[in-house]
Design a protein around this ligand. Structure first.
Ligand SMILES: CC(C)(COP(=O)(O)OP(=O)(O)OC[C@H]1O[C@@H](n2cnc3c(N)ncnc32)[C@H](O)[C@@H]1OP(=O)(O)O)[C@@H](O)C(=O)NCCC(=O)NCCS
Length: 332
């Protein structure tokens, strides 16, 4: 007799129930880094929109920052750690390859026995995580999922490289995804383009680094990334709006990955977003924090009152891979 396997079954809909962030204590203004890279405060502000960034100290590890952000998101959502069925960590700057950092973070948070794994999707990591989380909630493999984007990019950005030294920052942002009566996370539009895998990369592998004595810093072809992001990502964002059945006029907020203020401006223009749509500009004081940037920006917008619970926001993450993901969500 052929065994009959029960179908997977979970919640009808999923939404983000809470967000939380952690910003390292140390603020590094442009003036502190310009001499070393022969730059100027004005150049950095006009080319990237960055005024200052946060740089993590020795105690502010990837693991510790993720736990702070995750704890805040749980408190916001009113969910206890033992209700979390899976912890997803998006990071490119946890320097130990094995084991993944997610199980340790789950345990530190008190989410004992939760499934836990890391996602390597660069600056799209948070949006990838939200999509995976909503799938889990809807197929019943977890009732609640904690998604955390966390980076210590100061560990892998070369302080002497003019194209990256001013761009990146450190921090963590988290979201709890759980069941909902109404759809709170729209259809994802995601993809990749591996033909451009060299545009943001760690070009020296660990074994070669050992032999050559070269630190495997992140290297970026800024111009190529800028062109790709400014030209292609607005189309991806538009498709996410279309697939969610949400018009630009019905949006309250646009929260793109905080890559560069000029990339954000190019997307706002291409999407023809109406005046009333609030635009995330967290990069000015935070730098580009890769997978942490979207939840950090969302948290700030909630704190400042720029967005409110129940608002509709368009998210888009994009970066190393190249990879991208966009979705429309309801603000928790
Ligand atoms: C990095 C970035 C700001 C550089 O800006 P850009 O306008 O492309 O700059 P370019 O590399 O074309 O260089 C323009 C000039 O500025 C100079 N320059 C480069 N870096 C500089 C710096 N930090 N300070 C001062 N001058 C600098 C260059 O030498 C060049 O000078 P030249 O015209 O005399 O030859 C921009 O390419 C960028 O933001 N790219 C996307 C990066 C990104 O978002 N990455 C993350 C994606 S997740």
């Amino acid at each position: 007799m052929t065994a009959v396997i029960r179908p997977v079954r979970g919640a009808d809909n999923a939404k983000i129930l809470g967000v939380g962030g952690y910003r390292p204590a140390r603020v590094v203004p442009n003036s502190e880094i310009v001499d070393r890279i022969d730059s100027s405060d004005e150049w950095i502000r006009t080319r990237s929109g960055i005024v200052s960034r946060r740089v993590a100290g020795p105690e502010e590890t990837v693991r510790w920052m993720a736990v702070q952000a995750g704890g805040k998101a749980l408190a916001y959502a009113g969910i206890s750690p033992d209700q979390i069925g899976c912890v997803l960590i998006s990071t490119v700057s946890h320097l130990i390859q094995t084991p993944a950092i997610a199980p340790a973070i789950a345990t530190d948070l008190g989410s004992h026995d939760a499934a836990a794994f890391d996602i390597g999707a660069g600056c799209a990591g948070f949006c990838y995580g939200v999509e995976l989380a909503q799938g889990m909630v809807r197929n019943g493999s977890a009732e609640y999922v904690l998604v955390i984007g966390v980076e210590r990019l100061s560990d892998i950005a070369n302080p002497d490289d003019r194209t990256t030294a001013f761009l990146f920052g450190d921090g963590a942002g988290a979201a709890v995804v759980g069941p909902s009566d109404e759809p709170g996370i729209g259809p994802v539009v995601w993809g990749s383009d591996g033909s451009q895998d060299k545009t943001i990369e760690q070009p020296v592998a660990w074994d070669a680094a050992m032999e050559e004595g070269a630190y495997p810093y992140l290297v970026m072809q800024g111009n190529a990334v800028f062109r790709w992001a400014s030209y292609s990502m607005a189309k991806v964002a538009q498709e996410a709006l279309d697939r969610a059945g949400v018009a630009a006029a019905d949006l309250d907020a646009f929260i793109p990955h905080q890559a560069n203020m000029r990339i954000t401006d190019a997307m706002v223009k291409a999407l023809k977003l109406p005046e009333h749509v609030v635009i995330a500009r967290d990069i000015a004081e935070q730098g580009n924090t890769s997978a942490a940037s979207i939840p950090l920006a969302m948290e700030r917008m909630l704190q400042t009152g720029e967005v409110r619970s129940g608002d509709t926001a368009l998210l888009i993450g994009f970066g190393a891979g190249l990879v991208y993901a966009a979705q429309v969500v309801t603000i928790p």
